[in-house]
Write a protein that binds this ligand. Structure first.
Ligand code: ATP
Length: 282
């Protein structure tokens, strides 16, 4: 049975200029222990799809789907209270900007201990012990001392490790990583990616990796979904996608490798076609 099953997801935003459809009929399945990459240029609806699954979109978003099931439970018919028992516990998410994702007013220790208190009901001493274990597991040096630090006292890489520790605090079944390395220095990116992959294997979690970076896809994913303008253009296992891409869009993305697609942003389809026509004209 799939851990997360989404069928025909549509997300529309009410804007001052009318209704904008950010996600247009996307379907996907992720199983326990599987790594699914969602790839596509900026604005293709990758984050919005996952925020919809987590129930984290603002009220201006209208979310509909034929199916939105997590671990056998229908998320669509669920009350906010019921959903909050799952989100951050069995299904958690980390974001691109680790420093912005943490609350600047509280120590990182308080922030991780709150998750342990709310979701697992642990007492003070147990929370602190578990928080130290978690910081240790994600490679934060001097974990006991670091619990007393505020986010601004830590580097971006360290904050991302804190975010990962918070995300795995309750042993989630599914972790969604939304461009987890994009905002970090190149040297730190690999460390964070390796950490995520190690934790995924150790915990047998399902992992959805949202990325612009085809190198990250090749290194991490079992299966890949390519999104463009809110639609799924292609879905394939990672080898098939690289060896025999089916859609023109995927072919164009791969044709742009390695020069243009290893940075923090994939080229837009317009940029790719411009390069192709310029190449042909020379
Ligand atoms: N709250 C909102 N109100 C209106 N439009 C929104 C809102 N949030 C996102 N969008 C729009 O939805 C579209 C999809 O956004 P999304 O963040 O999912 O793209 P993405 O593929 O994740 O891109 P990126 O890689 O840049 O994050 C974009 O055009 C974005 O401007």
């Amino acid at each position: 049975m799939a851990l997360l099953e989404i069928e025909n997801l549509v997300v529309e935003f009410q804007t001052s200029t009318g209704t904008f459809r950010a996600v247009d009929g996307v379907s996907m399945k992720v199983s326990a222990g599987e790594v699914l990459a969602i790839v596509g240029e900026s604005g293709s609806g990758k984050s919005v799809s996952m925020l919809a699954a987590m129930g984290l979109l603002p009220w201006t978003a209208k979310v509909t789907a034929d199916k939105l099931v997590f671990d056998g439970r229908n998320l669509l018919g669920m009350s906010g209270t019921e959903r909050r028992k799952i989100i951050g516990k069995d299904m958690s998410m980390i974001f691109q900007e680790p420093i912005a994702s943490l609350n600047p007013c509280f120590t990182v220790g308080f922030q991780i201990e709150e998750v342990l208190r709310i979701h697992l009901g642990l007492g003070k001493a147990e929370r602190r012990k578990r928080a130290i274990e978690l910081f240790d597991a994600v490679g934060i040096p001097n974990p006991a001392e670091r619990l007393g630090h505020f986010p601004h006292q830590m580097s971006g890489g360290q904050c991302q490790r804190v975010m990962i520790a918070i995300a795995i605090a309750c042993n989630p079944k599914l972790l969604i990583a939304d461009e987890p390395t994009t905002a970090l220095d190149v040297t730190i990116q690999k460390q964070i990616l390796d950490l995520l992959m190690r934790l995924q294997t150790e915990h047998g979690m399902g992992l959805i990796m949202i990325t612009h970076n085809m190198g990250v896809v090749a290194e991490t994913a079992d299966r890949v979904i390519v999104q463009y303008k809110g639609r799924k253009m292609e879905e394939a296992d990672v080898l098939s996608l690289f060896e025999a891409p089916k859609s023109d869009y995927t072919r164009a993305l791969l044709a742009a490798l390695p020069d243009n697609a290893t940075g923090d942003r994939l080229p837009t389809i317009g940029e790719i076609f411009k390069q192709t026509s310029e190449g042909a004209a020379q």
